[in-house]
Design a protein around this ligand. Structure first.
Ligand SMILES: [Mg+2]
Length: 413
């Protein structure tokens, strides 16, 4: 059989998603996620204008060949737009292959290596009391691992911290529309001060250990804001609180910067959510400068490329921590869960539950129970887009924030 249709949809059930639908000549439908937060239409165009027509008539079973055709074929390679487009095609073809075989995708990846997938959630609060309430709520739901982000005295709204309004901490969305809910015309701007952050955070971790004990897995995201020497000092300062990981302590593209951090602390390090190929990790993995790979399946060329990246990491004892915020669609989330279940070097899975509005449009089969996820037993990825429901949510521009230092300098975020 061959590919008969490749169609791209951009829908916004609560937030924007780019979804690729591939249909075979015998009517099997596969879905792929191509969502790139704040740059959605560029990937939709890449797929519609440059990829879709090249797929028609191809053998849908030749997944590796199609991946190489899309990566090596156009000459221009890598980058988040290209790799998200390739990821969507790859996911859809794996979805089709598993549906044709009548098995959940993880069975084609070697079968289950564990019974459930340990998930971590996002707890935040503008102050410690609100953060403690959020952590308590998640622990009561059964989470054994919590990413903690909190406001810093003297700074306003910062990335990763929801307001203290009831329910808000469970619906945190960093990509902002305009204040009236319409299309954003520019990102909001936030203000950052590393000295204030470094002075505040060790006390927060001390309080969490005091209030929640020694066993809770504590994760924290530095979001690329520290210089290498600042990150080395910070990782050393928080060593007594034994974090599960410190994420993105420095801007990710400067791989050798992590050498300095490694020389000064044993705080485990995670990085990679802005990476899109295995080459972004070459130094980090071969020199064992990180402990966890943070890439999203959606931004790293799909299941085919992510499996190779994680197998490469496994040789060096480095584990997975696949990116899973709400800007990964339920299709991309399902792809992560099938990989998580199958690989040996699984570490942990990020889990920000999608809103009820999103889940009315994407029908999922994966489950969450007492801190653990499972992709389910539905053949394929186990997610279907309700195209009729999706059509009623038009694309609405929303952007991730920009970060500036207190003197106005644009800063990493
Ligand atoms: Mg992150």
């Amino acid at each position: 059989m061959t590919i008969e249709l490749a169609d791209v949809s951009v829908t916004s059930p609560g937030r924007n998603f780019v979804t690729l639908k591939i249909v075979t000549s015998d009517g099997v439908v596969g879905w792929g996620d191509a969502t790139l937060n704040g740059r959605e239409l560029s990937v939709a165009s890449y797929l519609r204008d440059h990829v879709a027509s090249t797929l028609i008539g191809r053998d849908e079973d030749r997944i590796e060949d199609t991946w190489q055709y899309l990566y090596r074929g156009p000459y221009w390679r890598r980058g988040p737009v290209t790799m998200a487009a390739i990821a969507a095609v790859d996911m859809a073809l794996w979805d089709i292959k598993a549906k044709k075989a009548g098995v959940p995708l993880y069975q084609l990846l070697g079968g289950a290596s564990r019974d459930g997938i340990r998930a971590y959630c996002h707890a935040s609060g503008t102050d410690y009391a609100a953060l403690r309430d959020a952590i308590t709520g998640y622990v009561e739901q059964g989470f054994t691992a919590v990413r903690v982000q909190t406001g810093v005295p003297g700074l306003g709204q910062i990335y990763g911290v929801a307001s203290n309004a009831p329910g808000a901490r469970y619906d945190y969305e960093p990509a902002k529309r305009a204040a009236d809910g319409g299309a954003a015309t520019a990102p909001v701007e936030e203000v950052w001060d590393t000295a204030k952050y470094r002075a505040h955070m060790p006390g927060v971790f001390e309080s969490i250990r005091h209030d929640f004990g020694a066993e809770l897995r504590i994760l924290h995201d530095g979001h690329h804001r520290l210089s290498p020497i600042e990150a080395a000092g910070f990782a050393k300062d928080i060593e007594p609180y034994r974090l599960f990981w410190l994420e993105d302590c420095t801007p990710g593209e400067d791989q050798s910067a992590l050498r300095l951090v490694r020389q000064h602390s044993t705080t485990p390090l995670a990085i990679g959510e802005v990476f899109n190929t295995v080459y972004d990790y070459q130094t980090l993995i071969t020199e064992r400068l990180i402990d966890f790979v943070r890439s999203a399946v959606t931004h790293t060329g799909g299941i085919t490329a992510m499996r190779k990246l994680l197998d490469f990491a496994a040789i060096y004892g480095i584990r997975s921590g696949i990116h899973g915020p709400t800007d990964i669609s339920p299709v991309g989330m399902a792809a992560a869960l099938h990989l998580d279940l199958a690989i040996h070097n699984f570490g942990i899975q990020e889990y920000m539950p999608h809103s009820a509005t999103t889940l009315d449009v994407f029908r999922t089969s994966y489950t969450f129970d007492r801190g653990f996820l499972h992709p389910g037993e539905t053949p394929g990825l186990g997610v279907e887009l309700d195209e009729e429901a999706a059509a009623s949510f038009a694309y609405t521009a929303a952007y991730l924030p920009v970060n500036r230092l207190t003197d106005g300098t644009v800063h990493d975020w």
